[in-house]
Design a binder for this molecule. Structure first.
Ligand code: GDP
Ligand code: IMO
Ligand code: MG
Length: 427
């Protein structure tokens, strides 16, 4: 049963796109199971750089079928602009499959996302403004629009009416905005129906049949464990489940089918948007990590907050996802530091705490307790095997592995496909 889940072990932007693309050549299906175009996955192939938001990173591997599962939220305008962008660069996207049960990000949900954030002021989440939260809220409130609704005008109109009933009250009375007309939304959505039709499929059936035939299926998470709506730093999270269980609900595949869960782990930590971040650096080291690591958001262009590696978070990710492996990325970015601090535990109100506290208040008070590991200065970007790494880099990887609770099976030493050290095979 070769079903693998690949997900972020921190706050996103760990290098999931690169890792998925790397495996893409050997898998039959790559499936997005949650999130939407809030994701920003960078893939570098030779001298070509691709930024993917909604599409699974497997779309760049010719033999692989990319799938947008039922758990994903789809903005059709973004979908077609991403597809067109890839087609113009010679990428064949015709194999893409989209679940008829996936929810649509409607234009009013993009508006609601933006006005809600403005209204929250200082307390804002720092969302990507792509309508993600309001679309999942509609799904849970049972007033969402699904891809299949585009094929029944009368149902679609009724559903848009139901969704806009309350929203227009809120927009006009609370936020002082103009009401949104049902007809306009329906017309815009119907305009996508024919173009979407060739991609729409019963993806649950397709994926389960593929697994029965021993095909290799890779589930690609958007975001990261600490942004998970249930297991992340709520309320500073995204509105879906990037953690491993999300792959089952978001693609319709049972947990008994999953054979491996790979956590993508950056050799230091970053975060975009608001919320607690114990190892965040506000000094020259933070600035240097941002500069050397190119830590700028792929989706919103915001500078990422940067800090040292946090082993408490990595251990937590191992636990809530049942990780079988880590893929450590961006080790090359740490080249040049004489000493590298690693957070091994927190101090919370005078007490040493080894595991992530379940209380939000405690986590906000958590101060990192660091151990310092010796750095290295040699260029590691050409390293092809673990033993090619300088001794101190090897020791850094081994220390992280020990602290994080799962084997590090691959190590990224640069953004390119081939800039990876494979320690254990994933397949
Ligand atoms: P994702 O959202 O998890 O797919 O990650 P992003 O693409 O948002 O951010 C990761 C960034 O790191 C991208 O610019 C990648 O090209 C880059 N990257 C990935 N792995 C490595 C690595 O091992 N070394 C370096 N230097 N860059 C990497
Ligand atoms: P990838 O897939 C980093 C963050 C936003 C914000 C919070 C909620 O590239 O790792 P949302 O628009 O989802 O409602 O915003 O989640 N966020 C991400 N941060 N990488 C991402 O995706 C993110 N997707 C959402 O910055 O703090
Ligand atoms: Mg990203």
């Amino acid at each position: 049963m070769p079903a693998l889940v690949l997900l972020g072990a921190q706050w996103g932007d760990e290098g999931k796109g690169k890792a998925t693309d790397l495996l893409g050549g050997s898998v039959d299906y790559v499936v997005r199971y949650q999130g939407g175009n809030n994701a920003g996955h960078t893939v570098v192939v030779g001298d070509q750089k691709y930024a993917l938001h909604l599409l699974p990173s497997g779309i760049l591997s010719p033999g692989c079928t990319p799938v947008i599962g039922n758990g994903v939220v789809v903005d059709p305008s973004v979908l077609f602009s991403e597809l067109n962008g890839l087609n113009e660069r010679g990428v064949d996207t015709s194999k893409l499959l989209i679940s008829g049960n996936a929810h649509i990000i409607t234009p009013y949900n993009v508006t609601v996302d933006k006005v809600t954030e403005r209204f929250l002021g200082k307390r804002k989440i720092g969302t990507t403004g792509r309508g993600i939260g309001p679309t999942y809220a509609d799904k849970i409130n049972r007033v969402g629009i699904r891809v299949q609704d585009l094929y029944d005008e009368s149902i679609l109109t009724q559903k848009v009416e139901a969704a806009l009933d309350v929203k227009n009250q809120m927009l006009t009375k609370l936020y002082n905005r103009r009401a949104i007309a049902v007809d306009q939304v329906v017309e815009e959505l119907l305009g996508y129906a024919d173009k979407l039709a060739p991609y729409v499929a019963d993806t649950v059936l397709v994926l389960n049949q593929a697994l029965e035939q021993d095909k290799v299926v890779l589930f690609e998470g958007g975001q990261g464990t600490l942004l998970d709506i249930d297991h992340g730093t709520y309320p500073f999270v995204t509105s879906s489940n990037p953690t491993a269980g999300g792959a089952c609900t978001g693609a319709g595949v049972g947990p008994t089918k999953i054979s491996r869960v790979i956590g993508i782990l950056k050799a230091y930590t970053t975060r975009v948007g608001s919320g607690p971040f114990p190892t965040e650096l506000f000094d020259e080291d933070g600035e240097a990590l941002r500069r050397i690591g190119g830590e700028r958001g792929v989706t919103t262009g915001r500078d990422r907050r940067c800090g040292w590696f946090d082993a408490v978070i990595a251990r937590y990710a191992t636990r809530v996802n049942g990780l079988t492996d880590f893929f450590l990325t961006k080790l090359d970015v740490l080249t040049g530091w004489e000493q590298i601090p690693v957070c091994v535990a927190y101090e919370i109100d005078g007490k040493r705490v080894e595991e992530l506290p379940y209380s939000q208040t405690d986590f906000h008070h958590a101060k990192p307790i660091y151990e310092t590991l010796p750095g290295w200065s040699e260029d590691i970007t050409k390293a092809k095997s673990f033993t090619d790494l300088p001794k101190n880099a090897q020791a850094y990887v081994k220390a992280l592995e020990e602290m994080s609770g799962a084997p590090i099976s691959a190590i990224g030493v640069g953004p390119g496909r081939d800039e990876t050290i494979e320690v254990n095979s994933f397949l």
